[in-house]
Structures are given as structure tokens and as C-alpha cells.
Design a protein around this ligand. Structure first.
Ligand code: FMN
Length: 223
């Protein structure tokens, strides 16, 4: 797939075929994705790749958390959570309106908490000694690189923040030490294109609303 087309056609995939993703494919994918840049080339990422019974166990623990009603995020101290306000709240509301047109909130939560029943998931963790503030930035870079690379293999992905919101469950099931931060999860598998959730297409702000030009030839001419 052409790079520009790959970037523009990527979308979060929230329904998957049951087909397993071969370990060799996931290895190849991570071998490519690890070429993402990072501050001073620190590469502050480690991947926990989950499938089968282990993924099932984590999903069950997360669903149990959801059903317990204790949904207030309990992130690690250096990953505090806040909710979108102002302009960001508006954009987020637009997104949820689209989600709720296809699925009920409770069902969406259950799916989000259980990696959308994807056959595999990647949890990205970083050592707590990784330099501030760039580790979070670097993990964003590798996450998007994974998402784009996955498309090359016909795979779809969806990033999920819940593992960072409820690290206790993830730590317990996967036996992750306190010295590691649980940053993000990525559901991964072959997209079920017939599922209505995968027809959800989000919007983007037009470039004119995002950019201020300074010192470009056209602007200079207006002076
Ligand atoms: C850090 C992060 C966490 C996310 N968590 C969730 C999630 O829990 N559930 C979900 O359905 N989508 C989640 N998403 C996907 C976003 O909703 C999605 O990227 C955004 O709406 C843009 O849509 P697109 O990816 O289809 O272009 C997350 C994305 C990011 C980057």
C-alpha cells in the first residue's frame, strides 16, 4: 500500500475476524515498527504481546472491573488523567455521537475494555526510569508506526487507553512489576469489514484551522 494512502485510510478497527495473527507476522511487524524515532534514541518501549487464554484472562479481569461499577480511573501517579474540556470536549462529543449511532455506551465500554475481542493485543510499557517528558511522546510515535505497519499486513488496530486507566488489573494478570508504566494497549487483528462499527469514520479539522503561517513567501508579499 502506498504510504499516503496507508496514512489516510487508517482508522480504528473495533470488530475483528476470529482468525489468529501468526506470531511471525507480529514479530515482523514489530521489527519494522521499532524504527520509529525516540528522544536520544532511548527507545523507551517494551511490548507485551497477548493472545489466547492470557488475553482472555485480562479481558475478563477488565470486564469484571467495569461490572464492579468502580470506573474512576486509577492511573499511575505520573500518568494523571483528565477529561477533555472546551474545544477538545466539542471534538470528543462529535466522536461519541458517531459511536452512539452504531452502538450503546455500555456495549462500547465492554468492547473497549476487552480489546474488541481482537485475537491479539499489544500492551506497551516503559520503564519508569525513562526520561521525562519524552517517553510518552516516543510511545505515541511507536504506536502510530505499529498501526500503519499493521495495515501493510492486512491487519487493523485500535488503541485503547484503559490499561493505563486501570493498571492494577493489568499488572496483576500479566505480572508486570511496579517499575514499569503501562502506557497504552493496541488491539490487533484482521478487520471484520461487514461489522457496522468498522464503518465509523471520524473527521479532522481543516488544515486552515490548524496552521498559522509565518514568513512564507505569500505572507511576505502581503506586507
Ligand atoms: C491514546 C488513545 C486511546 C484510545 N482509547 C480508545 C478506547 O478506549 N476505545 C475506543 O474505541 N477507541 C479508542 N481510541 C481510538 C480513538 O477514539 C480514535 O483514534 C479517534 O476517535 C480517531 O479515529 P480513527 O482512529 O478511526 O481515525 C484511542 C486512541 C488513542 C490515541
Amino acid at each position: 500500500m502506498e504510504l499516503l494512502e496507508t496514512i489516510k485510510s487508517r482508522r480504528s478497527i473495533r470488530a475483528y475476524k476470529p482468525d489468529q495473527v501468526p506470531r511471525e507476522i507480529l514479530t515482523e511487524l514489530l521489527e519494522v515498527a521499532r524504527w520509529a524515532p525516540s528522544g536520544s534514541n532511548t527507545q523507551p518501549w517494551e511490548f507485551i504481546v497477548l493472545a489466547g487464554e492470557t488475553l482472555g484472562e485480562l479481558n475478563r479481569a477488565m470486564i469484571e472491573r467495569l461490572h464492579s461499577g468502580k470506573m474512576k480511573p486509577e492511573p499511575d501517579e505520573d500518568m494523571p488523567f483528565s477529561f477533555p474540556t472546551g474545544l477538545y470536549k466539542e471534538r470528543s462529543a462529535k466522536f461519541y455521537k458517531k459511536v452512539l449511532a452504531v452502538i450503546k455506551m455500555q456495549e462500547w465500554y465492554e468492547k473497549s475494555m476487552s480489546f474488541f475481542d481482537a485475537p491479539a493485543a499489544i500492551i506497551i510499557v516503559t520503564d519508569k526510569s525513562a526520561p521525562q517528558p519524552w517517553w510518552l511522546f516516543d510511545i505515541g510515535l511507536i504506536s502510530q508506526t505499529i498501526a500503519l505497519t499493521a495495515q501493510n499486513y492486512g491487519l487493523g488496530t485500535c488503541m485503547v487507553g484503559h490499561p493505563a486507566a486501570y493498571p492494577k488489573e493489568v499488572r496483576t494478570v500479566l505480572n508486570i512489576p511496579e517499575s514499569k508504566r503501562i502506557v497504552v494497549g493496541i488491539a490487533i487483528g484482521y478487520p471484520d469489514w461487514d461489522h457496522p462499527l468498522n464503518s465509523l469514520r471520524t473527521e479532522r479539522e481543516p488544515v486552515e484551522k490548524l496552521v498559522t503561517w509565518r514568513g512564507m513567501a505569500e505572507e511576505e508579499e502581503k506586507k
